[in-house]
Design a protein around this ligand. Structure first.
Ligand code: BES
Ligand code: ZN
Length: 459
């Protein structure tokens, strides 16, 4: 019997093809598209081509756009005359898979265990972005059309700060015109609790290297008479945060827009079990800025984290040296109101002011992006709620997240549009860590929600 409603035909098609979808995703996950490591840039290009081929096979007009870095895949289907246009963003690059020896199965050999697909990029973001490719494919296969116009922008440098994307957006501005952007690169609130994310933290990412003597020195012969760069760096970094968890860089909090009471109440109303949270992370206590709850600290307060710290002898056994240099990689998460460029300068000044004699400080600004807050009262948001409720079988909660997706701010600034952050993953999916995975259940629910979203946005 023919399906009465187009959406039923789409859902039927998705049901009939669910196994193939997983196999195809595994193919995508086998490509080690690590953007941070230049020897993997050819793999990144392979991943870009893979996305290109997928979108072309769906029936989209697809183009690979070169940038000063890795290519962006642009695709469009614009035959829904008079209907709104959604712009889907995703990223085909992934984080480095390190530490390799902690993976149960190799990061680029996707493996299904206990209902989850394990691989680097499974949830962040290949698996999530693929749900949108497959939902438009299903609409076009099952009904020959989409309820709205859809454009795709899939980039390959998100995990390294999207430094070339603004130029792409500026130069392609007209072609990218849309009513709403859609991104699935966040998470549900908890197991079985779908969420719409209306706020993300921003970020600034830097590296500081202290150069001391021209080479490693005997610490008995020279120690005590020259500044040890590792000692100096440790001392400087120790001044970044005080005992109340407050960042000590002058002016750091000046522009912070504080949380409203309403938002604090809404956060407090979400189910959150601190003991379980600690257990899941293998820690015995939470910590952070005094006066704020764990959710507030994670979603809406600024941070300063040392991501990597190295210098001196790292091998087995002792070695008596004054090292020649020491390096720290630092990121600060930013909240609405804070300007990444201004604070990068303030951080540099703060460190330079403490630089001791005998040390040369080299400061590198990697990237920055502001925090974002999205309009929760738009009709697009209402359509998204409906789509998630239908796809996941449960109404979503509204949350903020602590991670960053630089393009969201650029979409607002350059294209003038808001973004629907519809995350199908879970924060327990080990994104950026070993054994990253995506629950197949979430993959399927996400694809269903995506298919519903096009219909909901169309009406
Ligand atoms: N998918 C994440 C962002 C994310 C994860 C948001 C979980 C909310 C919840 C994204 O791919 C990511 O990791 N972004 C980087 C951006 C940075 C390199 C500019 C991040 O947040 O570290
Ligand atoms: Zn991501």
């Amino acid at each position: 019997m023919p399906n009465a409603l187009p959406i039923q035909a789409v859902l039927q098609h998705l049901d009939d093809t669910s196994e193939t979808r997983v196999t195809e995703l595994q193919e995508f996950l086998r490509i080690p598209s690590v953007s941070a490591v230049s020897s993997h840039h050819n793999d990144c290009r392979t991943a870009a081509q893979w996305v290109h081929d997928q979108l072309t096979a769906c029936g989209f007009a697809t183009e690979t756009v070169e940038t000063d870095g890795l290519p962006v895949i642009y695709a469009e289907w614009l035959k829904a005359e008079g209907a709104p246009t959604a712009l889907v963003y995703g990223h085909y690059d992934v984080q480095p898979p390190d530490p390799l020896d902690e993976w149960t199965t190799p990061p680029f050999e996707p493996t299904i265990r206990d209902g989850c697909l394990y691989a680097r990029g499974a949830t962040d973001d290949k698996g999530q972005l693929f749900t949108h490719i497959k939902s438009v494919a299903a609409w076009l296969k099952a009904t020959g059309e989409l309820p709205i116009n859809v454009k795709f922008v899939i980039e390959g440098e998100e995990e390294v700060g999207s430094n070339n994307l603004e130029t792409f957006l500026e130069t392609q501005k007209d072609r990218l015109a849309c009513d709403i952007a859609v991104i699935s690169d966040t998470a549900q609130y908890g197991d079985g609790i779908p969420a719409i994310t209306y706020g993300l933290r921003g970020i600034l990412a830097v590296e500081v290297t202290l150069h001391g003597p021209k080479q490693d020195l005997h610490s008995g012969v020279f120690g005590g008479a020259v500044t040890n760069p590792v000692n100096a760096l440790a001392k400087m970094l120790g001044t970044l945060i005080d005992d109340n968890g407050r960042i000590q860089v002058p002016g750091f909090y000046d522009d912070v827009i504080p949380l409203t009471n309403e938002e604090r109440e809404a956060f407090a109303a979400l189910p959150f079990n601190e003991q379980k949270f600690c257990q899941s992370l293998g820690i015995d206590a939470v910590a952070g800025e005094a006066g704020y709850t764990t959710l507030e600290r994670r979603w809406a307060r600024p941070t300063c984290d040392i991501n990597g710290l190295y210098g001196g002898y790292q091998g087995e056994g002792p070695k008596t040296i004054v090292p020649a240099k020491a390096t720290a990689k630092i990121t600060c998460r930013l909240v609405p109101g804070q300007d990444p460029h201004k604070l990068t300068q303030a951080l540099e000044q703060f460190l330079r002011d403490q630089c001791p004699p005998g040390i040369r400080l080299k400061f590198t600004d990697f990237h920055g992006a502001p925090a974002v807050l999205c309009d929760t009262s738009s009709p697009y948001m209402a359509a998204a709620r409906l789509a998630l409720e239908t796809g996941f079988g449960q109404a979503p909660v509204m949350i903020r997240e602590g991670g960053s997706i630089p393009v969201v701010g650029s979409f607002k600034q350059i294209l003038g549009v808001d973004t629907l952050l519809l995350g199908w993953g879970r924060n327990t999916d080990n994104l950026h860590g070993p054994n990253e995975h995506f629950h197949l259940e979430d993959f399927h629910h996400g694809t269903l929600a995506s298919a519903q979203l096009w219909a909901a946005l169309g009406s």
